[in-house]
Design a protein around this ligand. Structure first.
Ligand SMILES: NC(=O)c1ccc[n+]([C@@H]2O[C@H](COP(=O)([O-])OP(=O)(O)OC[C@H]3O[C@@H](n4cnc5c(N)ncnc54)[C@H](OP(=O)(O)O)[C@@H]3O)[C@@H](O)[C@H]2O)c1
Length: 276
């Protein structure tokens, strides 16, 4: 990727997370170009990262060796069809991070010969703790896959999906997932306060426990079920709490929630991509 121009269309939150990760990972700031309509935002990006910025998407598309489409899904069709003629002359590798825009829809808007990888990141990418899913058709070469993966690894882990339908499941798991954990932590925090802890103590204990549990699971080869059993002594406090969760159908509820999120992702993709 050395000396390749990496251009972003849209310089918002997710572009910023990726730029930050890429620069920390060794990409030269002068190799990064951002096309962004907002003048203040362009200035901010140039000062913060020392990268180049422009207000013209076509110019960025022409200069790019790798082009990352980082605008909101609602404006992607308009942006993609406008830069399509410029791409036809150069065909850089394109990555789309737009949630819910199917590969086939975007391919139609960009032009059929443009090499395109679809990516779904999540918000912890902003801290380098993201989880991204990648999907590309067979026509994308190993070298292009490796470039796309390298870019996404700058903000966390990157996992290839071999069937695009799995993107909807990934959206339900890691895309929306941070909010589920926030909700669970919020509920634990509220209960801890009700049981007598101060707000600050409840907050810190809940967050550190969530972090500790995630780290234990990541760093262990033991299954989640066995990790849970290892901290659940017969007749003890944990057993009482787990019993209460299971009596109320926690597992079934989680399954219902993820299925609803997956179904909504399918529905949204169909409506965002349906216009020709
Ligand atoms: N944030 C996440 O957690 C997350 C997770 C998964 C996927 N994504 C995807 O990442 C993409 C970007 O999301 P985000 O959260 O970074 O959004 P964002 O902060 O709103 O960034 C989008 C940027 O694009 C700019 N823009 C708008 N119209 C443009 C145009 N015609 N040409 C060039 N730039 C234009 C916006 O400028 P203005 O503000 O001036 O309009 C804004 O700076 C979305 O497609 C989203 O689905 C985000």
């Amino acid at each position: 990727m050395n000396n390749s121009t990496l251009a972003f269309i849209g310089g918002g939150n997710m572009a910023c997370a990726l730029i930050n990760g890429l620069i920390e990972d060794g990409t030269a700031p002068q190799d990064i170009l951002v096309a962004e309509p907002d003048e203040q935002r362009r200035e901010q990006l140039a000062v913060q990262f020392g990268i180049r910025t422009v207000d013209d998407n076509t110019l960025a598309a022409r200069e790019a060796d790798i082009l990352i489409l980082a605008v909101k899904p609602q404006v992607l069709k308009e942006v993609a069809t406008a830069i399509a003629p410029a791409l036809a002359q150069g065909t850089p590798l394109c990555l789309s991070i737009a949630a819910g825009i199917r590969h086939a829809s975007l391919q139609r808007w960009l032009g059929k010969d443009v090499p395109l990888v679809r990516v779904m990141p999540n918000t912890p990418a902003m801290l380098g703790a993201g989880a991204s899913g990648l999907y590309a058709p067979e026509s994308i070469s190993e070298a292009q896959r490796s470039t796309a993966e390298h870019i996404m690894r700058a903000t966390g882990i990157a996992i290839w999906l071999n069937d695009e339908a799995q993107m909807d499941v990934l959206t339900a798991v890691s895309g929306s997932g941070p909010a589920y954990f926030f909700l669970f932590m919020e509920a634990m925090e509220n209960s801890a306060r009700k049981l007598g802890l101060t707000e600050k103590t409840a907050h810190l204990l809940v967050l550190q426990t969530a972090l500790g549990a995630a780290r234990m699971a990541l760093e262990s080869t033991t299954s989640l079920a066995d990790l849970r059993k290892s901290v659940t002594s017969p007749g003890g406090t944990t057993e009482k709490a787990i019993g209460a969760f299971q009596e109320q159908g926690l597992e079934q509820l989680v399954d219902k929630a993820l299925t609803a999120a997956r179904d909504r992702s399918v529905e949204m993709s169909a409506s965002l991509g349906e216009e020709e």
